[in-house]
Design a protein around this ligand. Sequence first.
Ligand code: SF4
Length: 412
Amino acid sequence: MTIRDLHLFEGGARLQMNESIELTMQSLQAYGPAHEHWVVAWSGGKDSTATLTLIVWLINTGKIRAPKRLTVLYADTRQELPPLAIAAEAIMDELAERDIECRIVRAPLDKRFLVYILGRGVPPPNNNTLRWCTRQIKVDPMAAAIAESIGDGTALTITGVRQGESAIRDRRIEMSCGKDGAECGQGWYQQVLPESRSVRGRIATLAPLLHWRVCHVWEWLRHWAPREEFGGWSSELIADAYGGDEAEETNARTGCIACPLAQEEKALNSILAMPRWRHLAPLHELKPIYRWLREPAQRLRKSGIERLKDGSIGKNPQRMGPLTFEARLSALDQILDIQHRVNLGAIGNGWKGDVFELINAEEEARIRALIATETWPDGWNGDEPHADEWLPVTIYGNGAEQHDLFGLEEAS
Ligand code: SF4
C-alpha cells in the first residue's frame, strides 16, 4: 500500500488520507529545514502519537529531510489510562531501537495531580475558575525539559494539535483543548509553551497534523503505523481507546483518567468495552470522588477580610478553599482501594503486565507526610471555618457587613 493508493472517503470533497499526509509533508518541508533541532512534545494520546510515528516514518523513508537532532519528550502525568501508558512504553522501546533520543517528563513530586490535591489540599480542577492542572502537570514540566534539552540553542517544537478540515477552511487556529476530541495539553504546548520563561523566544511550534480529521488519526494508528512498511509501531491500543471504528462519532477527548473537566469518560468506556480491560471498571468511581471533594463539606472557607499578597483586599470574602485533612485522607483511602480492586481484577482477568499504580508508594508516602505536617495551600492556615458552616455575616475590608440570606455560594 502506498500513500497514493489509499482513498478512505469515496467521491466526496472530504480531505483524503493521502492528501492529509501530503499536506503534513509540505508543512514539515517548509518549516523544518530552518531548525536543526526538532523536539516532539508527545503526551501518548492519539494526535501526538500519530504525529510522532508519522514523522519518524517520513524521516526514515526519506520523504522529509531529517533534522540534525530529534528529541522526543513524553509527558507522563501519572494519570494516563493503563492501555495508553502501556502503548507509550512500547513506543518508547521502538524509538530506542531506532536510536531516537526520548525522555520521560514528569512534574516534580509535590506538583503531581494527586499529591497536589491530597497532600497540599488544593481541590480538583474544574471548568470555571480552578483549572490549575494542565499548566502544572503538562506545560511547565515540558517547558523545563525543552529548556534543558536545547541548552543555549533553539528548537522547533512539534505538537499534535489537530483541528480537522476547519483548520484549512477557516484559516484560523483555535487551541481550546477543553472541547471534545482534543488532546489535553497539545493546544497549550502550541500557545502557552513558547511564552514560558525558560524557553521564551527560543522555540517555534509546528502542528503538522493540524488539518487531519479524527478518522485519519484512527486509520493511521490502527491500520497503517502497525505495519512494518510504516514503522511497525505499537499504536493499535491507542486507536482502540479512542473509539475504534466509531472514532469520529465517539470523538473522545484525550487526557487524564476521570478528568474532572470532561463531561463523559469516552476513552475509558471504549476501553472497558474490550474484555481484556474489564478489570479497569473501578476507575469509574474516581470522578464521583473528585466531585465529592469539591463540595463545601470537604473544604474550608474564608470567613471575612482576606488580605492578598499585594496587600489588597480579596473580592470574595467567603470563598471556598482547600480540602480538610479528613476529606483528603478519606479520598486517599478510596483511591487506594480502587487501585487495589483494579489490581485484584487484573489477576482474575489473567493480566501479566505491571501493577497499576495511580498513586505509587513514593506518592502515597509524600501525601501522608504533607498531611502529617499540616500542609495548606498558600494563604490558608487551617483555622478557617468549614465551608458548610453557615456564616451569616460577611465582613468586608471597609467594615461593611453583608448578611447572607441565600446560603452558601462557591467563589473559587
Ligand atoms: S486531562 Fe483534565 S485533569 Fe488532566 S491536565 Fe487535562 S484538564 Fe487537567
